[in-house]
Design a protein around this ligand. Structure first.
Ligand SMILES: N[C@@H](CCC[C@H](N)C(=O)O)C(=O)O
Length: 283
């Protein structure tokens, strides 16, 4: 008979981008990649786009630190929807008090503001367009790049929000070849760390629709860092204004980039779905 230990988790989502959140404060080790994949399996596990581990922060002014693991077990540096869920989780836990606090992410410290309507507003940092820092190894520092992908030229902008993004503007996001061009661009050697690929349709200067094929998770119902990257790239290309409602399949995020040298702000929901225990097999 095999033994097991219970692992308590919270199931959450932010605009449909779904998460399992586990508490590793007190120095508990992060789950190995194989356990992340098992937990993330929607048939044999719990299922999620990303696992979020809440950990002790060494930054004095932060309530906690969190790390992000994609469904395929790979670590990620940034997760906008996840950060809002971490903020909500820390508030419910009591570790975070007041309407403003800071959390420590792999991409740096994030300022959180709890809005009166229940949404969370986060300072997501400044977008980085320098190709080598995305990283994207082709061409110069232009707002639009072009590669031959699957035999056709594909035009896109790149940005890092702590994690790498490519943004393709399309006429109709419903008809965009997200599942063909997403993985094809993601696998290009010019993106040595892979890339999250966003397909954006500009509806107005303050409103876009967006679908994102994420690194390590496939298409998700929303990608917070992807929404920030899409607005940053489209502002740089002169296509949208600096305050944009981003409509994703799972919900809407409000993205504001006040000035080139200012951080991007993202506001959106964070929702608890259920609490559970997963039986982790022990040797
Ligand atoms: N869904 C997230 C991004 C998660 C990480 C991403 N897949 C990566 O590997 O960079 C978000 O809301 O930002």
């Amino acid at each position: 008979m095999s033994a097991s230990r219970p692992l308590h988790f919270s199931k959450m989502h932010g605009a449909g981008n779904d998460f399992v959140v586990i508490d590793l404060r007190g120095g508990q080790p992060a789950p190995p990649a194989a356990l992340v994949r098992t937990l993330g399996d929607r048939h044999f596990g719990v299922g999620f786009d990303q696992l979020l581990t809440i950990e002790d922060s060494h930054a004095l002014d932060c309530v906690a630190r969190y790390r992000i693991w994609n469904g395929d077990g790979s670590p990620a540096q940034q997760c906008g929807n996840g950060a809002r869920c971490v903020a909500a989780w820390l508030r419910r836990d009591g570790a975070a008090t007041g309407s403003r606090f800071r959390i420590d992410s792999p991409a740096g410290v994030i300022d959180v503001e709890c809005l009166p309507d229940g949404r969370y507003s986060l300072g997501m940092g400044r977008p980085v367009f320098v190709p080598a820092r995305v990283p994207f190894h082709a061409g110069g520092d232009a707002p639009v790049h072009e590669l031959l992908v699957e035999g056709s030229p594909l035009r896109f902008g790149v940005a890092s929000m702590g994690n790498p993004h490519a943004v393709v503007e399309v006429d109709n996001v419903d008809a965009a070849p997200v599942h063909r061009l997403g993985p094809a661009l993601q696998a290009r050697p010019e993106f040595p760390e892979g890339v999250n690929v966003g397909f954006a349709q500009v509806l107005a200067r303050d409103r876009i629709r967006l679908r994102v094929f994420e690194r390590g998770a496939g298409e998700t119902l929303a990608c917070g860092s992807g929404a920030c990257a899409a607005v940053a790239v489209l502002v740089r290309q002169g296509r949208v204004d600096r305050a944009v409602q981003v409509e994703l399949p799972g919900g809407t995020l409000a993205i504001t980039w006040p000035a080139d040298d200012a951080p991007i702000t993202m506001a959106g929901p964070a929702t608890f779905v259920f609490e559970g225990e997963f039986a982790v097999a022990t040797p």
